[in-house]
Write a protein that binds this ligand. Structure first.
Ligand SMILES: Nc1ncnc2c1ncn2[C@@H]1O[C@H](COP(=O)(O)OP(=O)(O)O)[C@@H](O)[C@H]1O
Ligand SMILES: [Mg+2]
Length: 308
């Protein structure tokens, strides 16, 4: 049985009349890359701020490695590295100098560790360059490097890919994978981009309007089966009518223009393809796929995918 690293119980926070977090429970286990996902405004940052004791909670407890956050604050928080907002670096100093300085401030960080962290976040080659010349993605990786500097056992990242371009997102994703593969750290990261989390996380919690609507292993939540089918055609509306008439009981949706989606169930995809083509429709693709986090989110909330 894996040990719980972070346990949140009954956590709540209200801002004036906004109930930002309601009686929240989370369990993050040793070695997890835990994705804390949900749309903007769901309460992710507020939760993370409470976990880090940056703001007070109205009620509830946070335990990190079995210690109560408030009772053993210094000891507990020393094991945590976090990136909540983009950190402020000295732009006219190099990445190396910035990390050295922050390392000196927090103590116990030597030059070898600074070099090791720069290597880890893929900035070794640019370490001597001024931060003002770094891309947004590089600054973000330097921020993650800063969080890693004191060798935390739990790394907490709030929307680490926010505002990055696709290249930057890939870099951060690869970095999180590398960190987790080394196996010494547990990672808790938030994002409102579901597809991104599916690629790096083994466990997730879905946050919605201040509460958790699902938590568990990604594979278990999504199932291993290819139980959804999707079909691309020029005339989705007409094709939907045609299929409903010819395949009684089939439940079709049009998730986006030109696409039909349905539960695969007993339906024979090659027959559907053949019948559509014979009836004069052009079918650009038809395939089965596994449910993804967006499907799960829509099932759980009834909200459309458009909220993302
Ligand atoms: N300091 C604050 N004062 C008032 N309302 C806040 C404050 N921080 C967050 N909120 C509100 O709490 C809710 C949750 O916000 P937040 O935790 O930032 O969500 P997320 O990080 O999931 O996007 C939102 O409705 C937001 O407007
Ligand atoms: Mg946020």
């Amino acid at each position: 049985m894996k040990e719980p690293v972070l346990e949140v119980r009954g956590l709540s926070k209200t801002f004036a009349d906004i109930h930002a977090v309601k009686d929240l429970n989370l369990t993050i286990l040793q070695g997890d890359v835990y994705g804390f996902i949900g749309p903007n405004g769901a309460g992710k940052t507020t939760t993370i701020r409470m976990i880090l004791s940056l703001i007070h909670s109205d009620s509830g407890t946070v335990r990190i490695f079995g210690h109560d956050l408030h009772r053993d604050f210094r000891k507990t928080i020393a094991q945590v590295g976090a990136l909540v907002e983009s950190p402020a670096f000295y732009p006219y100093l190099s990445g190396y100098r910035n990390l050295s300085l922050f390392g000196d401030l927090s103590g116990g960080v030597n030059q070898a560790r600074v070099r090791e962290v720069l290597e880890m976040v893929g900035l070794s080659k640019r370490a001597k360059h001024k931060v003002k010349g770094y891309s947004h993605g590089m600054k973000q990786r330097l921020g993650i490097g800063l969080a890693l500097l004191h060798s935390p056992k739990l790394l907490i990242l709030d929307e680490p890919t926010n505002g990055l371009d696709p290249q930057g997102i890939r870099e951060v994703r690869n970095l999180i994978r590398r960190i987790s593969q080394e196996g010494k750290m547990t990672v808790f990261l938030s994002s409102h981009i579901l597809s991104e989390m599916e690629m790096v996380c083994n466990r997730i919690g879905i946050m919605y309007r201040g509460g958790l609507i699902a938590e568990g292993d990604v594979d278990k939540l999504l199932g291993g089966e290819q139980d959804l089918a999707e079909l691309k055609t020029d005339e989705a509306d007409r094709a939907k009518d045609f299929l409903e008439k010819n395949f009684p009981g089939i439940r079709l949706q049009i998730p986006k223009a030109g696409w039909l989606e349905f539960r695969k169930e007993q339906w024979d995809l090659s027959k559907i393809n053949r019948d559509l083509v014979q009836a004069g429709f052009s079918v650009h693709s038809i395939s089965a796929r596994r449910r993804n986090l967006e499907d799960l989110f829509v099932e759980q909330t009834g909200d459309s995918k458009d909220v993302y």
